[in-house]
Every structure is written in C-alpha cells, then in structure tokens.
Design a protein around this ligand. Structure first.
Ligand SMILES: [Cu+2]
Length: 170
C-alpha cells in the first residue's frame, strides 16, 4: 500500500511540473517575440520630414531611429545655392549624421548617382573633417560653395541611404 502511493507521487509530479515548465517557456517565447516585433516596428516606422529651413540651411532629421530613408534624411533633399554661398547643416535628430560629398570611389549604395559634378576625386566637403564620428543633435557644419556650377551629391557615412544634393548656380 505504502509502496503504491509512493510510485504515484513519484510518477505524476514530474509530469505536471514538466507541463508547467513548457507553459512558462511558451509564454516567455511569446513575450520575447512580441518585444522584438514591437521594437522592429518602432525602429522602422516612417516619420515626417520637417519643413525645409529658410536661407542657406539644410536640416538633418530622424525620428529617434534611422533605419531607412523613410525615417531620417536631409530637408530639403535637394538644395540650390548661388556660387560662394556658405551653407549650414544642422542636426535636429537624435542620431549622429554627416554631410559627405560623393567621390567616384564611394559605393553605389552611398552614391547611386555617382560623384556628380565633382570630377577631382577628392571630397569638396565632408563634415567628418570637423566631427570624426558624425555630428550630433544641435551641432552644425558649414561649407562655402566656392565651386563650379553643377550638382554635388552627398550622403551620410553613418547611414548610407541618406542622400542629398546641392546644386551650385553661377
Ligand atoms: Cu545619418
């Protein structure tokens, strides 16, 4: 009699405990998938580009994340200036960004349209010369466009999908 009771408690308890462990494990997996999924959603959700600033200015923006061209970039993307104008980029986002002029050795991901009007092979402007790892919120970078008329492509070396152009007019 005592022997039968002992086998029952020994054989039933671990099975119930194992089922409970599987339920807990399942809940943990579901919670982890939910957390990863919502993080992926938040980091990839599109944001609205701010209105372009007035004057010779370009805003760099992001919505706290910068994962594709729909949630960060330059505003305006294309800017016209007359030759000799000093143009200022201001980072209004939460991520570091750069304004790096395209040269022919850049990858097609960074500069899909090539180097544009810069045929020298050396960058006409690059904010990395002033801020080595991109400049941060409220920091600024200026460059005086004493360049030949034409369109100059640039990108962000931190986020290769951030593209912009400055067109210098005589
Ligand atoms: Cu960037």
């Amino acid at each position: 009699m005592g022997w039968r009771i002992e086998t029952m408690t020994v054989s039933e308890k671990p099975a119930r405990r194992r089922r409970k462990l599987w339920i807990i494990l399942g809940a943990v997996v579901i919670a982890a998938v939910a957390v990863v999924g919502s993080l992926a959603y938040v980091s990839n959700r599109p944001g609205a580009a701010p209105l372009p600033p007035t004057g010779p200015n370009v805003t760099m923006w992001d919505n706290g994340f910068c994962s594709n061209s729909s949630n960060c970039g330059y505003s305006p993307v294309s800017k016209n200036v007359t030759a000799g104008t000093a143009l200022t980029w201001t980072n209004m986002g939460g991520k570091p960004h750069t304004a790096t002029e395209c040269v022919s050795s850049d990858s097609s991901a960074a500069c899909p349209d090539g180097a544009g009007s810069n045929t020298s092979g050396a960058r006409a402007f690059d904010s990395n010369n002033q801020y080595s790892d991109g400049f941060k919120r409220d920091q600024q970078f200026s460059f005086t466009f004493d360049l030949a008329a034409g369109t100059y492509h640039y990108y962000c070396t931190v986020h290769l999908f951030m593209h912009g152009t400055i067109t210098v007019q005589a």
